[in-house]
Design a protein. Structure first.
Length: 71
């Protein structure tokens, strides 16, 4: 099962609003695309805190995403 499918299933079980699921899924996919290496996906279980920090820095520095959007 894809990561996003698993997320969707769990979010629905917790009665998360459809719009929220959509936005979170988009952020998850963006995070995974950011860490795609040579065209190959890396599973989230293989990513560590350092990779999360790199992504957050990318959002702030390159894409000018506000800190409140990163929470």
């Amino acid at each position: 099962m894809r990561v996003t499918e698993s997320f969707h299933r769990v979010a629905k079980l917790h009665h998360v609003a459809d719009n929220t699921i959509h936005w979170y899924r988009d952020w998850i996919e963006d995070f995974l695309r950011f860490h795609k290496v040579n065209g190959a996906w890396r599973h989230p279980r293989d990513l560590r805190g350092e990779e999360l920090g790199q992504y957050l820095t990318h959002l702030a520095a390159d894409r000018k995403v506000s800190a409140s959007s990163q929470n």
